[in-house]
Design a protein around this ligand. Structure first.
Ligand code: ZN
Ligand code: ZN
Length: 368
């Protein structure tokens, strides 16, 4: 069938809206009519072509309604509300252990731009267009998704707000709760307060962290961090930042959570740690960087890469929605909505930081 999608890989600063042909869902897949999709930094980085082949439809924070079931799909019905997260194989040791973000096939399944058999779900005339980005390619009116990518959500939740739970929010909240296991009485420094960092601040407050330090270059975002539970905020360009953060507790913090790719911030993330502290990070340093091995050895400090908040989307995303419903995880305050037709403006605002989390609203009516 014909769909509207935003295509990357034909030049241009932002994905371009085009009409494409989409095939029917194959075995184990569903067709989702998208209601909304968030824009994440991974989309911005992939648009010019990095890990994924082109041309491709990006988008991996989709929320929508099940429209058609492929053969053998179980546990879903037409009309179900779903949000989409990453794809995974379901059978490797990581998947079986409930850690699908570390699936052995995560790279080909999320960034390969096709199914494992090499086929794609999209074409433009004779030309194949890559699909299945994170198992979704959700910058589109419709997506063909493997059943494992979809997480069913209650129908009384506002579907248009839920897409960012699948990547940006879970990366921050899961990073704090599931990966670092920050708890009552602990101290944490969140470095970089975009959508991921602010979700981490909310989660640290939710689990009862004693001191929550937030660092950013934007005073406006630091103010938001305070509203969400940060107890101490610092501008990232202040002098002696590491010692100022260490002074908050007198001995450094138990955890740091680095959402940036700046090498200097990766260094800071280790410098602020107390003895036995752990530095979690969600983006690799852009450029040359080496950890201070002696400080890690002498203090038993750890450096920990975290993907997708370590979370199992099937169980963790509904939990996040439940805490939102109770007013304890107000991630919707991070969202700015744009009609799908204004993807260029949304893209520019995501790049410049004018919007913390842009969400595209697809022009489809919402059958509740
Ligand atoms: Zn993402
Ligand atoms: Zn797997």
């Amino acid at each position: 069938m014909k769909i509207t999608a935003a295509l990357s890989g034909r030049g241009g600063d932002a994905p371009e809206l085009v009409e494409l042909e989409q095939e029917a869902p194959r075995a184990g897949e569903m067709r989702i009519r998208l209601v909304a999709t968030g824009i994440c930094h991974t989309d911005l980085h992939e648009h010019p072509g990095r890990h994924s082949p082109q041309p491709i439809v990006l988008g991996h924070e989709g929320a929508g309604v099940v429209e058609e079931l492929g053969e053998g799909v179980t546990g879903f019905a037409v009309g179900d509300h779903v949000i989409l997260s990453g794809n995974s194989c379901g059978t490797c040791p990581s998947c079986l252990a409930g850690r699908p973000t570390y699936c052995d096939l995560a790279m080909p399944l999320c960034f390969g731009g096709k199914r494992m058999d090499g086929s794609t779900a999209l074409c433009a005339g004779e030309e194949a267009v890559h699909s299945h980005f994170f198992g979704q390619s959700s910058f589109a009116s419709h997506a063909i998704v493997p059943q494992r990518t979809a997480v069913k959500m209650d129908k009384d939740l506002p579907l248009e707000k839920l897409g960012p739970l699948g990547c940006g929010v879970v990366t921050g909240a899961g990073g704090v709760i599931e990966a670092l296991k920050v708890g009552f009485g602990d101290t944490i420094a969140v470095l970089g307060t975009g959508g991921v960092g602010l979700s981490a601040v909310m989660a640290a407050k939710l689990v009862g962290a004693r001191r929550i330090v937030a660092v950013d270059l934007s005073d406006e975002r630091l103010e938001l961090a305070r509203e969400f539970g940060a107890t101490d905020t610092f501008r990232g360009d202040q002098d002696d930042l590491a010692s100022a953060i260490r002074q908050v507790t007198g001995r450094g913090v138990d955890f740091s959570f680095n959402t940036t790719s700046a090498p200097a911030v990766h260094t800071l993330a280790l410098e602020v740690l107390a003895m036995n502290g752990t530095a979690g990070f969600v983006a690799a340093p852009l450029g040359e960087w080496a950890p201070q091995m002696f400080a890690m050895l002498a203090g038993g400090r750890q450096l920990r890469g975290i993907l997708g908040g370590d979370a199992n989307p099937q169980t963790f995303l509904p939990l996040l929605a439940e805490y939102w419903r109770q007013g304890q995880l107000p991630f919707d305050r991070l969202l700015t909505f744009y009609p799908f037709t204004e993807i260029e403006r949304a893209w520019a605002d995501a790049k410049s930081g004018a919007a913390i989390k842009p969400v595209l609203l697809m022009e489809t009516e919402h059958d509740a």
